[in-house]
Design a protein around this ligand. Structure first.
Ligand code: ZN
Length: 244
């Protein structure tokens, strides 16, 4: 079984700072996303799964419409597999309702005037993010124990929580520890032959808040990838599959 642990906004510098050795694996580094005008989640995951820079196509109807984009499986490398599971991936199997609500709350947070209201919105926003994380995590570990040849789980918690809480080191550390434990658990599952950990972009501090940084994160236990582009994984995963 080939597994992709897809993490939105996993920041290279924080993986180092918090010593997340399971996320690092044997080989790890930054990805090169300099071909994109901005580090946009939907653009990056679309380009990952199709193996082509999809920036123009994803943005053609504007920033708001892009979240509705869905790629047919034939356009992705997922079609190479017999019984793949792809959980919650933007542009493919994304839970639009959950993610729309978090974007709405984020907007309300920045529009809210008094502190009390902001605190209330932040609480609901964080709670939703953790609940959704737990749901995807359960589905992911269930899939890892099924008879699958490919499993991808997409985890948004570091991005969603990061946007409103990046300056809260305690909270961010807790999230990185949680993600590191998931990586450890994947590696201890003997159905898993190859694990790729990948993020679309990282995150940098803007005061108390977080914004996307201009590189992603990758790691494997089987190959040095040397600053790969996010579109390189299309070919890499096909190769790994054919090597058996
Ligand atoms: Zn993202």
């Amino acid at each position: 079984m080939i597994v992709v642990f897809a993490i939105d906004a996993l920041e290279y510098e924080l993986v180092e700072k918090f010593g997340c050795n399971n996320l690092k694996q044997e080989y790890y580094g930054k990805t090169n996303i300099s071909e994109f005008s901005q580090p946009r989640t939907m653009v990056l995951w679309s380009s990952f799964m199709t193996g082509e820079n999809k920036e123009k196509e994803v943005l053609k109807d504007g920033d708001k419409e892009m979240w509705n984009k869905k790629w047919p499986i034939e356009k992705t490398f997922f079609s190479e597999f017999k019984n793949p599971v792809i959980l919650d991936l933007p542009g493919f199997s994304y839970d639009l309702k959950v993610h729309e609500k978090s974007r709405k709350l984020l907007k309300e947070f920045f529009e809210a005037k008094d502190k009390e209201e902001k605190d209330k919105i932040r609480k609901e926003y964080n709670k939703d993010a953790f609940e959704h994380h737990k749901k995807i995590k359960d589905e992911f570990f269930k899939a890892l124990n099924e008879d699958r040849d490919f499993v991808l789980g997409y985890f948004s918690v570091a991005d969603v929580i990061g946007h409103l809480n990046f300056g809260n080191t305690t909270m961010m550390k807790m999230i990185y520890k949680e993600l590191d434990e998931i990586a450890e658990k994947i590696k201890n599952n003997n159905k898993v032959d190859k694990l790729i950990i990948l993020s679309d972009h990282g995150m940098k501090a803007i005061g108390m808040f977080g914004d996307h940084s201009n590189y992603g994160f990758w790691s494997t236990d089987f190959r040095e990838l040397n600053n790969p582009r996010i579109t390189d994984f299309f070919k890499l995963i096909k190769e790994v599959k054919n090597e058996g």
